[in-house]
Each structure stands twice: as C-alpha cells, then as structure tokens.
Design a protein around this ligand. Structure first.
Ligand SMILES: [Zn+2]
Ligand SMILES: [Zn+2]
Length: 555
C-alpha cells in the first residue's frame, strides 16, 4: 500500500539557486515551502559579482530575479549571511523589485546602510538587525544565525527550520579556532544541530581542492608582526577593504612597532567606520590622513591601503605609478600584499608589482610568507562539518562546476547518502523523498551599466565587445530629387587602421553609382548595398569586417 502512496506536496521543501551555483560570486538562493502553486519563499543572500574583460564597461553583475519577483507576494524575507559583496552587494540594486523585509547581523546592517543610502533607499528598506546566535521567524521559516568564522565580522551559517524539513545553509565559512577578533566557530551548536537531524547541507565549495585544514588568522597576524618589526624603512600593507580582522592584525603590529598608521582608500575607511560602529577595532587607535605619510620618519609609519587586486584607481596602484598626490615609496621600502589574487586579476596585480619593482620597493606576497589565509573551508574542515551535522544530503554551492563536482565526490567519500549537483535556475526538492531537481525556472544575470540595470545577453556590453574587436564605420549620404548624390558620402571610421576610411568612401560612392536609378528609391536597398560594399572592401584590404551603419537622407 505504501509503495503506491503519493507524496503530499503541501509540505514540499525546495531550494532554488538563482546565483552562486556554477560560479563564485553573485550568491542568491531561495528556499520554498508548500505546494507548487502556493509556495512561501525565503531568500538567502543577494550578492553581486564583478564584470570581466568579456563585459566591457561593466563593473557589477547582478542575478536576474524575474521568477521570484513574480512570486514576491509570497516572499517572506531576505536573510543575509554576511557583509561580503558577493552576498549583499545586490540588495541596494534589486530590493525595490522585491519589497520584502531584510534580516542581517549588526555589521552587515552597517555595511548595507551605506549602500542603501548611496541609492536613496535608506528610508525604505525594513532592515531587522539580529545578532549572531539569535533565532527569529521569517514568515513560517524559523531561522537561526549560527556563528562561524570567515574573513569579515559576524559571518553566520543559517539553520532554516520549516514544517517540511531542516536545512543548514553554510554561507561562507572556515573553522578558525584562534580568530583574532569576533566570535568563535560554534562547534557545540553545530553538533547539537546534527543530533537533531539535518535534511540537507547547502555548502561552500570555494576551497574544496585544497587538502588539510586552513591556516588560522592568528598565524597571519604573527607573520605580519614579524615582518613589520623587522622592517627598516616604510611599510605599506594592502588587503581586502572588508577584511576587518586583517586590518586589526596589521594595525596591532604597527602599534607594537611604534609606527603611526596612515589610511588610504575610501572603501577601507568605510569598513573601519562600520566596524567601529559595531564595537570592533576599539584598541586600534586613530588613523592619520594620507597627507601625514610624507612628514613621518620612514621607520615610524605604516600605510594601510586598498588595491590588493591591482585595481588601477586604488591607492597602491597609484603609489606604484608614482602619481599618488600625497604618498610615495622609494628604494628599500616594503609593500606587503596581505591577500590572494582572485583569478582574473593576475595581470593587473603583476603590473603593480612591476611598477613597485621599478621604484626599488620590495614586495612580499602570500607566495613568500604566510601573510594571507583564505576564509573558506578546505577538505578536512568540510569533513568535520559533515561529521558534526550528519546531513542526509549535501548540495554544493559557491563554486564553479569543477568545485561543485569535487565537492560531490568529497561528500560521497565521506559517506553522505545523497548529493546533488545543481545549476542556477534548478528547482530542487529537498523533502519529502530523495533530493532531486523537479523543475527549472528562468535565471540569468543583469549588468549594472553606468546608472542603469540592463540585461546581460541582449544588453549593450555585448555590442561594445564586438566594437572593441572590429570598430565601426558610419556612412552618411544625402540623395537628391533626381536620385543622385547631393554631396559626397560622409564616412566616420572609428577603430579602423588609418587611411581605410578614405578608401571606404570611394567604395561607398561607387556602390551607389552602380545602382540603377529605380533601385535608389528604396531606402533599405540603398543602405544594404552600401553596407555590404563597405564591409566587403574592408575585409579585402584589412581582413576584418567592421560594424557598419548607413544614415540616409533624402531631399
Ligand atoms: Zn562568498
Ligand atoms: Zn564571504
């Protein structure tokens, strides 16, 4: 009898990733409870990722939320796991379309407030501040912020309890048993959650290829102290602007070595303000303005600055180019890159290293010394978490496909019964029954292009990319009443080799003159004839076909 019994779908628990699965960045996950036509939703994280060289002029990429926007009447809230851009950065862009309450920790709320203010939304968004360790209700979802360690203050995993099952959504985490500031990884709580039973663990995959256990922030702190204590001349430390723990370590080392700290970089200043508003960096003392750097003796100053990813406008890039308005470094000074280079930024970072080398400045990176540790779990940490939680299923997230696949294997090796590799837009049923993909909904990404949000596929970035390869020719012609040319055809050739424009003008005029008069009556025919002639001639001469536009006027 039981074999034939169908599921009662009124209590289906589903997961719908809309970003962050198959990519590192742009995290956005929706949990749903109830039957397909009447699900209640809870969104977890709403982050950005950064545009790459295939998306010219695009700095920020957002998840496309069309499906949830359609369901927003039943969207009970948005919960943020921590304040990193890839988890929170899209809220200020997309919240108006969601119009739901937001839940986050005090530090994330500070960071979010700054972003909402920039977009004029600070009065509109209902932000509920919940400390790490607290439990709260979002609609019919019971949510708990469980303390983990990461690379920003107040990171939380989420225990999400519903009438249809219990999920542990890991957020970004590592197990750091000796963090330099903030709360500890709450192992006791994780074990207790495991005892009570976990249906699914939705888990960070960033460092799944790395064996062993990640290095504690305390070790990095000790290394920074040693380097700063031994330095004879000026020292600059660059790190992620949001890494409050690292900032705290660097500043503590500087104070111990009797160095003043000069701060450069707007993003870092904002993070420090947010941290102080939440009671962090109490012992850090005050920071000096950039102008002070030049007046202090070389062994009495440390610069703390942004630009560890080679960002061209950031402080360290400008210092390396020797065109920073108030800070310069010379022969014998030292720059510590207390960071890792995010894939894609290698060229930009090495350009900064080369510029520093030209000035005779020494550079220390995480290749040379333990000046950085990641905030994500390695294999042994993942295995420990499985042991504590004993989840029925593991669903990897926060990774490219290769990370997700390796994470699946690791979970299977560790004896997890059910694993599932998903893509953004997959609707995954977590309970009842085995974890499986039951539907697919539209997903995708949006571009922030200047002040506007535009689609990524048919948006302008794609066209700009084409322009960057082949340039553009605009031909302008005026046809008189006798169907002849009123003046010479005007040609604008942008991004083409010199001299080609003049040749294309001759080609366009010949093409026009060779058209029989009756054909010249049709705008479309004229435009297409000229366009084809220009592209063919450019291809014959240059080996490339430019984009071509024809502007046609008649008298
Ligand atoms: Zn992340
Ligand atoms: Zn993070």
């Amino acid at each position: 009898m039981n074999a034939k019994k169908k599921f009662d779908h009124s209590n289906d628990l589903v997961l719908l990733p809309l970003g962050g699965v198959g990519e590192i960045g742009m995290n956005c996950y929706c949990y749903g409870i109830g039957p397909a036509n009447d699900r209640e939703w809870l969104m977890v994280d709403l982050g950005v990722k950064f545009g790459d060289e295939t998306e010219p002029g695009i700095d920020i990429v957002l998840p496309e939320l069309g499906y949830v926007i359609g369901e927003r009447k039943r969207l009970s809230g948005l919960v943020l796991t921590h304040a990193h851009e890839d988890h929170l950065g899209a809220v200020a862009w997309l919240w108006p379309q969601l119009d739901c309450p937001v839940y986050c920790t005090p530090f994330a709320a500070q960071i979010l407030a700054g972003k909402l203010k920039e977009r004029g939304l600070d009065e509109d968004v209902p932000v509920h501040v919940k400390p790490v360790g607290s439990r709260f209700k979002v609609g019919s979802f019971d949510v708990e912020f469980v303390s983990v360690t990461h690379s920003i203050p107040e990171p939380a995993a989420l225990l999400i309890e519903t009438s249809g099952g219990r999920v542990l959504h890991s957020g970004d985490w590592k197990i750091d048993r000796t963090p330099v500031m903030g709360d500890h990884f709450d192992e006791t709580r994780f074990r207790a959650i495991g005892e009570a039973g976990v249906d699914a663990l939705v888990c960070d995959s960033t460092n799944v290829f790395r064996q062993g256990f990640s290095v504690s922030e305390a070790e990095v702190s000790a290394t920074l102290w040693r380097i700063i204590a031994e330095a004879k001349s000026r020292v600059a430390i660059t790190t992620f602007a949001s890494h409050v723990e690292r900032i705290s370590s660097a500043v503590a080392a500087a104070r111990k070595a009797g160095r003043e700290v000069v701060l450069a970089g707007r993003a870092m200043r904002q993070t420090i303000e947010a941290a102080r508003a939440c009671g962090y960096l109490k012992d850090a003392g005050s920071f000096l303005e950039e102008e002070a750097f030049g007046y202090l003796p070389p062994d009495k100053v440390m610069l703390l600055c942004t630009g560890s990813q080679g960002e061209p406008r950031a402080a360290i890039a400008r210092i390396a180019e020797d065109n920073h308005p108030s800070i310069s470094l010379d022969d014998g000074d030292l720059v510590v890159f207390s960071s890792k280079t995010i894939p894609g930024n290698e060229k930009a970072v090495s350009a900064v290293h080369n510029n520093l080398a030209r000035l005779g400045v020494d550079v220390i990176t995480s290749d040379d010394a333990l000046v950085h540790t990641s905030g994500h779990p390695r294999q042994d940490e993942l295995k420990l978490l499985y042991q504590w939680l004993k989840p029925r299923a593991v669903i990897p997230m926060h990774g490219e496909p290769r990370h997700l696949l390796r994470h699946l294997e690791l979970a299977e090796e560790a004896g997890i019964d059910e694993t599932l590799m998903a893509e953004n837009g997959d609707l995954i049923r977590l309970r009842p029954g085995p974890v499986q993909i039951v539907d697919e909904v539209p997903s995708g990404r949006l571009h922030v292009d200047g002040k506007l949000i535009v689609p990524s596929i048919e948006g302008p970035a794609r066209h700009r990319r084409k322009l960057s390869f082949v340039g553009i020719v605009v031909a302008s012609l005026v046809i008189d009443r006798k169907l002849g040319l009123f003046t010479d055809i005007g040609i604008v050739a942008d991004g083409l080799p010199a001299g080609l424009g003049e040749k294309l003008q001759d080609v366009a005029e010949e093409a026009f003159e060779s058209m029989p008069r009756p054909r010249r009556q049709n705008d479309e025919t004229v435009s297409e004839t000229i366009r084809t002639a220009i592209r063919r001639a450019a291809d014959a001469e240059w080996g490339k076909k430019p984009i071509c536009r024809v502007l046609l006027h008649r008298l």
